[in-house]
Design a protein around this ligand. Structure first.
Ligand code: AMP
Length: 369
């Protein structure tokens, strides 16, 4: 079976790495052939809206999936018109994951607590939103935002003009600033036969809007219960097939949904070494109509993103039990170039070894384990 994947970044690359042992083949589409997944499978190079190219991809595969969400829903729908090629995850989930406003409305409809927000389309609309929601708050582009890009913090009224100048001109969302205690993400997978498998909760640390560290399982029975209920509600509402992630703020012991990703997610990379079945393998099992694998943790895992500059492989691998994933990308400030993972027999040992790894990588994080 050939899986077509729109987007050939590191997520696509790790999907292919997980899929070959299952006997799956891959074909990618991306803007250039110089992309992380190109080392593993052919890449059709062109724009994400090129209907002819998407059609070529769709004709050559049984299932069409994607490794990022900023692709054209109508173009993807048209690509499979009249073909037996299935699109998984469903387009409704993709459309929701592309638009922060649609995400908020979904969370509200499913009674999943989320930040208070207002859609913003003009400078005066931003003034009104700040007055209604209050300050401080965060102004975000509704679309195409990732890794903290397309965001501006508004602490006081005097910041409104600069935030508007930086982001105005496209549809925006203003939301209350959450003074969170911590950030967690919930990852789950749903199969074509409606089976579900949910991973243990992951705790995340961001710096400059970019994920830096994840540890899992994050053991908190109360949060885990809430996360599982919210994840199940979203998976079922979409009649979802594949892996999905929801990021939450934890505020006064309660989960507040921030955003969702209808795909494999950076905060789930620990599952490659740290869970019985990785998020990548389970995504493929789901979209290929195969039974899902166990999502149980194999120990206590930590995952550190390698951002901007790749450390020498020997320096990372000199750390006992550390696994390295190099995405084969050229270095650029703020760019995710790879990650490394460790798995320990206890949470205490994981935290101790994580501190040593962060020191070796010269990464300092506020409130790190
Ligand atoms: P996002 O692109 O929405 O995931 O935002 C990236 C990161 O910015 C989050 O993981 C938080 O660390 C921070 N952030 C985003 N929105 C808020 C908010 N409303 N309040 C506080 N911090 C936020």
């Amino acid at each position: 079976m050939t899986i077509g994947i729109v987007g050939a970044g590191q997520l696509g690359r790790m999907l292919a790495l997980a899929g070959y042992p299952l006997g799956l083949d891959f074909l990618f589409l991306d803007r250039s052939a110089d992309v992380p997944a190109a080392a593993l499978a052919p890449v059709l190079a062109g724009t994400f809206t090129d209907r002819k190219l998407l059609r070529r991809l769709a004709r050559r595969c049984e299932v069409l999936s994607f490794d990022w969400e900023n692709i054209s829903v109508p173009a993807l729908r048209a690509a499979t018109h009249g073909l037996r090629t299935r699109i998984s995850p469903p387009l409704r989930a993709l459309a929701t994951g592309q638009d922060r406003l649609a995400e908020k409305r979904l969370f509200e409809r499913l009674r999943i607590p989320t930040t208070r927000y207002a859609a913003v389309g003009s400078r005066s609309g931003l003034e009104r939103a700040c007055a209604r929601i209050g300050l401080p708050g965060v102004l975000k582009t509704r679309r195409l935002g990732y890794d903290g890009k397309g965001q501006a913090l508004i602490r006081k009224r005097a910041d409104i003009a600069a935030a508007w100048d930086a982001l105005g001109g496209v549809p925006l969302l203003y939301e209350e600033f959450i003074d969170f205690e911590l950030e967690v993400s919930a990852l789950g997978v749903r199969g074509r036969d409606d089976s579900e498998a949910l991973y243990p909760l992951t705790r995340n640390w961001h710096a400059g809007g970019i994920l830096r560290l994840s540890v899992a399982p994050w053991e908190s029975a109360a949060l885990e219960r809430q996360a599982r209920a919210h994840l199940r509600a979203v998976l079922r509402d979409f009649s979802y097939v594949g892996t999905l992630a929801i990021e939450f703020f934890v505020c006064k012991g309660r989960l507040v949904a921030n955003e969702l990703a209808p795909r494999v997610h950076n905060s789930g990379h620990w599952t490659i070494e740290g869970a019985v079945t990785s998020q990548f393998e389970n995504h493929l099992r789901a979209v290929a109509g195969l039974p899902l694998g166990s999502t149980a943790a194999c120990g206590h895992a930590a995952m550190v993103n390698l951002i901007g500059r790749m450390p020498p492989a020997a320096a990372v691998l000199a750390q006992p039990g550390v696994h390295l994933h190099d995405y084969g990308k050229s270095a650029r400030p703020g760019r995710k170039l790879g990650h490394c993972t460790l798995v320990a027999p206890s949470a205490d040992e994981r935290d101790r070894r994580t501190r040593a790894l962060l020191r070796a990588l010269a990464v300092s994080l506020v409130r790190a384990p």
